[in-house]
Design a protein around this ligand. Sequence first.
Ligand code: ATP
Ligand code: MG
Length: 310
Amino acid sequence: MEKSVAIEARGLMKRYDNDVAIGALNFEVLQGECFGLLGPNGAGKSTAIRMMYGSSLIDQGDLFILGLNIKNSGREIRSQIGVVPTEDGLETELSVRENLILFGRYHGIEKNLLHRRCEDLLKLVKLEEYADHRVPELPVGFRQRLVFARALINEPRILFLDEPTLSLDPSARQWVWNQIQNEKAQGRTLLLTTHDMEEAEKICDRIAIMDRGKVLAVGTPRELIQRLVGTQVIELQVPRGDLQYYLSRLSSHNFAFQVVKQQVNVHLKDNDDPQRVMNLVQGISLTLRQSGLSDVFFKLSGHDVRDELI
Ligand SMILES: Nc1ncnc2c1ncn2[C@@H]1O[C@H](COP(=O)(O)OP(=O)(O)OP(=O)(O)O)[C@@H](O)[C@H]1O
Ligand SMILES: [Mg+2]
């Protein structure tokens, strides 16, 4: 059976003053998948996700969430989605439990049901012992658990997460990854933003690679890697003066490569023998490794994901 579409963006655009932050985004997210918007700082990830969860207006284009048009069904959509924003907006004067109750009331959840759900969620995110602590007393990782619980208070069908692991330590980060996978196993659809290649590769079924307000490619991490850069990379440390010589040698043997600062990355397809490259560049120091999404990103954007944009 074909999966139905949970999110559909058609020609989505956003301008801030006269600057285009998002230029004509098109993509579909299927129900039950974990979809990632992957891109560096300023790519437009937060702008895009905010339009999807209804905290930023669309300038142009169409956006459908669970088949509903966001322009006229905002209230109904909000009742079916949960949000983990970058700025958590927790009430710092209130306790963990009170934060959940308050949020449940916004959703109009009946009192007894809300209290039951609140206790279940505290258990789920393992914050029972902290239920009566005020928010500022929580370590950052636990605070993020509370934001997760808050996002689930209305049993949403879609979860939107804007950089959910930003500034978390490795164990808190792993907790978020596990939680995302659990929510997917429950049948929820997840859309998250990240600039972390490892995160995208590990937890997303499909990703849209974004840069400077545009989607450059959409696919599963594996598909994108195989299609765009092949399975393996040989990194060559070529002395500056010899660069042109080696580049023309690689070109004349039809190898695909990218020059990343002082390094040449040669991309190997499944049936390429690394030895053929090694024979061409004898005496040059080299490393053979598996390709990753950062290679895909560089190929599509022409710059490293860690580069500051000017
Ligand atoms: N409220 C705003 N007013 C004006 N410009 C904005 C605003 N929010 C974002 N921008 C601009 O829009 C572009 C996209 O920003 P956005 O925050 O969506 O990117 P991002 O991919 O989420 O980046 P980051 O990784 O830093 O969170 C940037 O050029 C940014 O400066
Ligand atoms: Mg952002």
